[in-house]
Write a protein that binds this ligand. Structure first.
Ligand code: C2E
Ligand code: MG
Ligand code: MG
Length: 805
């Protein structure tokens, strides 16, 4: 190395060495620019590479001979014309061969080595032919060691240059490759010159082909000028091209970065460009994505489909779904579409990816919503049926059983009415959670209506076990719930049906469970009932009743019967209680105990109740004496309809003195919302109507209601009277009720007096009024003949005589 540097420094004219270096550098740069053009363009190989090889060969040759002129020997040097000419041919032809090889074989490392070796040898060939040309005037001696080293340097740098010439897209890379080429040429030349010792000999006389150094200088100057011009033109071209490319690229980037979709361009499976959206989706800087194999960006499972797709013409394909892989390793669903475009002058594929995450999430949410209840997130009826069907099929095959538990919350509506819908919703959510704690994950709990739930139990479970689970569910719902600041107590009823005994299809099984539930509610709620075949008949009968009741008013099938309520001291009739009957065309008179609950559950109660009030007022207005008329208002009717307005209208229409109307309600009107009940009762009182608390003693915490609202009278329930003769306590209770009423200033009516004995006992309690079969049964016409009135009076007159007897 030191010898090479010494050779350059001492045996050369440094000004000319510098000139040769500039020529070489410019030539190499021109070559690199032309190679880059050849790379990007789609022109034929030969047309693209011939100029590059010519300029490269020319540069090598110029460098060599300018440097030769800089080489100081003792004698004047002359050059053999043939060798000089051959050397430039070798340089150009060798370069063309090397570049062509490289262009074909650059995909394999061995191809690059081969091309680099050919290029190195071309430079070597040129150099030593050029040196040999001096043989015309000198004895040229070689140091084989430096000859080998020079060849090695030439070949090595040539390989390096070609290895780095693969992607000449950036200016920096072009400068770098220019450097390697220049090093290959200069390195070989000056190492080669170190190997040479030149001893002058006499010029062979008369030989015309010998070229003196002055003509050589002229030739070299001409070639160098050509190389220089080519270099400058290349520089200008490079400037122009890179500006245009940059403009194109930045315009394209600007546009693609505006897009929300991911856009990238690839050629032969390698990413060339990607927009910012791509960087965001893949979680990498766009620079990190450029240069990667496209397949690396996708999920491994998608690779075969992607390869299949690339084999087809991309334009012909509709968008397809794939999964990409982000830097974090997560998979993201995308919709892929692509087209062939021209990029950098060559065909490439532009790929657009649309992130499907949001769409998939929305789809999943919609699917979930379609199958689940939005409030509790429990499966809905549809999903329940979807699960029940297969569960029944599986059970039929295995010979196992399936249980369906239909659950209904008992006082849910009251919570909703009193505390509002938000509280009702919160209660449903808590109730659902509480039930889930009693179930296995494999069981299904579905919400199929407002406060209706269905549990599906699969696997072989004995009826006792099912009963236990249903019992636990009902028990759990009986415990108080804390909703905001309120403590709410509801309760639940459950009906159970078993497959295959109670039903073999989804529909029949659910209906059987519903029938059993209905029975529980009918019997007073709060418990569990298993389905029994007889229930079906009862349910059907009830459904028929419901249907027929709907048309009863229109068909004029409702009647009011009247039962007298007599003075507890004298037996004089004071009031008639209006008691409804349904005169059924086939069944005769149907009891209100049978059809009023049906009317309450089907909203018919409003129409029926209005009819009762209106008919009773009309009847009373036509009575020969100003007896009072007492009407019953059911709790549901009391809550659902505007009773004060109904009453006021009826009184006015029939011109009835409000004081002659008594409205009977039961304690249960207070249960759901006592303050509203008190408000309605106060409005009724304002009309001048009398108010009675019916069936007293059968309800809840009776005393508190009596304090909240001052009734005019209380009607002691007939169950007390019935037990009067049977146990001693009853008399004490009735006496206590009567005393309490009297202390509060209320009248007492005792219902259900059937026997003279009962009358005798009750008379001692000094009740204001009495009602019962002993006096009269309810009847379609008033029993007010003189004879009848006398009979009633006699009951009270005869009493002391009976007692004496
Ligand atoms: P309630 O208001 O307590 O009516 C008294 C019930 O006791 C009547 O039964 C009456 O016939 C019956 N009764 C009267 N004296 C005796 C007796 O000495 N022994 C026995 N065992 N029973 C006696 P009914 O007419 O079957 O009515 C039953 C219930 O149906 C009524 O009880 C009332 O709550 C309801 N109801 C009747 N009519 C109407 C109505 O127009 N609207 C509403 N909402 N409910 C009504
Ligand atoms: Mg009554
Ligand atoms: Mg009663």
């Amino acid at each position: 190395m030191i010898r090479v540097l010494t050779c350059v420094a001492q045996q050369h004219d440094l000004r000319l060495v510098a000139l040769s270096a500039v020529i070489c550098a410019l030539g190499c740069f021109a070559t690199v620019t032309l190679i880059a053009r050849a790379e990007a363009g789609s022109r034929s190989l030969l047309r693209a590479l011939v100029p590059a090889a010519t300029i490269f060969g020319g540069s090598v040759w110029s460098l060599h001979f300018v440097a030769m002129l800089a080489f100081r020997t003792e004698a004047q040097v002359a050059f053999d014309l043939d060798f000089t000419a051959a050397s430039i041919v070798v340089a150009i032809a060798g370069s063309l061969a090397a570049l062509s090889l490289w262009r074909w074989l650059s995909t394999v490392p061995l191809g690059i080595v081969l091309a680099g070796t050919v290029l190195g040898l071309a430079i070597t060939g040129m150099h030593y032919l050029g040196v040999d040309a001096m043989a015309a005037s000198s004895l040229v001696l070689f140091d084989p060691y430096y000859v080998a080293a020079s060849i090695l340097v030439g070949v090595a740098f040539s390989i390096l240059a070609l290895a780095r010439a693969g992607r000449l897209t950036s200016f920096g890379r072009r400068i770098e490759v220019t450097g390697w080429f220049a090093l290959a040429i200069c390195g070989l030349h000056f190492t080669g010159m170190t190997a040479v010792t030149v001893a002058p000999i006499a010029l062979r006389e008369g030989e015309s082909y010998v070229l003196g150094s002055t003509p050589l200088a002229l030739t070299v100057a001409a070639v160098s000028l050509a190389v220089l011009i080519a270099g400058l033109v290349a520089l200008a071209l490079q400037q122009h091209l890179s500006q245009r490319d940059r403009r194109d690229l930045s315009r394209m980037r600007l546009l693609s970065n505006l897009a929300h979709e991911v856009l990238f361009i690839h050629r032969d499976g390698e990413v060339l460009e990607v927009n910012d959206a791509g960087g965001r989706l893949f979680g990498m800087a766009p620079d990190q994505i450029v240069g990667r194999p496209v397949l690396d960006l996708f999920s491994q499972a998608d690779v075969p489909a992607l390869l299949r797709r690339t084999r087809c013409r991309s334009e012909d394909l509709r968008p397809e779904e794939f999964e990409i892989r982000t830097a974090a390793g997560t998979h993201v669903p995308v919709e892929l579409s692509c087209r062939t475009i021209e990029f950098g002058g060559k065909p490439a594929t532009a790929v657009a990816l649309r992130d499907l995450t949001a769409r998939k999430r929305d789809e999943a949410r919609i699917r979930h919503l379609a199958l689940h209840d939005a409030l509790t997130d429990l499966p809905n009826r549809y999903l329940l049926e979807q699960r029940l069907g297969p569960a029944l099929e599986a059970a039929a095959l295995d010979g196992t059983s399936v249980a369906v538990i239909y659950i209904d919350l008992d006082r849910f509506k009251a919570v909703n009415d009193v505390h509002g819908h938000a509280a009702g919703d919160a209660l449903l959510v808590q109730a659902a959670k509480r039930m889930l704690t009693e179930l296995r994950p494999s069981d299904t709990l579905a919400r199929i209506g407002g406060d209706e739930f269905v549990v599906l139990l699969t696997g072989a479970r004995a009826p006792q076990r099912v009963a236990k689970i249903a019992g636990r569910l009902v028990e759990g719902l009986r415990r108080p719930f804390q909703i905001d600041d309120y403590r709410v107590e509801i309760g639940a009823s459950a009906g159970v049906a078993l497959f295959p005994a109670d039903g073999s299809t989804t529909e029949t099984l659910l209906r059987a469970a519903d029938t059993a539930l209905y029975r529980v509610k009918y019997e007073g709620r709060g418990s569990v009932r298993f389905f029994e075949p007889a229930m079906d008949a009862q349910l059907r009968a009830r459904q028929r009743l419901e249907h027929e009741l709907g048309g009863a008013i229109a068909r004029d099938e409702l009647r009011l019967f009247y039962q007298p309520i007599v003075n507890g001291r004298t037996g004089e009739i004071e009031t008639f209680e209006a008691l409804i009957r349904w005169q059924h065309p086939e069944r005769g008179f149907v009891s209100p105990a049978e059809f009023i609950p049906v009317a309450e559950q089907t909203d018919l109660i409003g129409r029926i109740g209005a009819w009762v009030i209106d008919t009773a007022c009309a009847a009373a207005a036509a009575w020969p004496q100003p007896w009072r008329v007492s009407v019953n208002v059911s709790p549901t009717q009391f809550r659902q309809t505007d009773i004060p307005t109904l009453v006021a209208t009826a009184l006015e229409r029939h011109d009835l003195d409000p004081a002659r109307l008594v409205v009977e309600i039961t304690e249960s009107v207070f249960i759901q919302d006592a303050s509203t009940a008190v408000a309605v009762l106060t409005r009724l009182r304002g009309l001048g109507v009398r108010l009675a608390l019916d069936d007293f003693g059968t309800g809840y915490s009776s005393l508190s209601y009596l304090q909240q609202f001052r009734f005019d009278k209380i009607k002691v329930d007939q169950s007390f009277v019935r037990r009067l003769g049977q146990d001693a306590d009853t008399l004490a209770i009735v006496r206590a009720i009567v005393n309490l009423g009297h202390n509060l200033g209320l009248q007492i009516t005792v219902e259900g007096v059937e026997t003279a004995e009962q009358l005798a006992i009750l008379r001692e309690l000094h009740c204001e009024q009495m009602q019962g079969y002993l006096f009269a049964r309810p009847a379609a016409v008033l029993g007010v003949s003189e004879l009848e009135l006398a009979r009633l009076r006699a009951l009270f007159v005869e009493q002391p005589l009976l007692a004496m007897a």
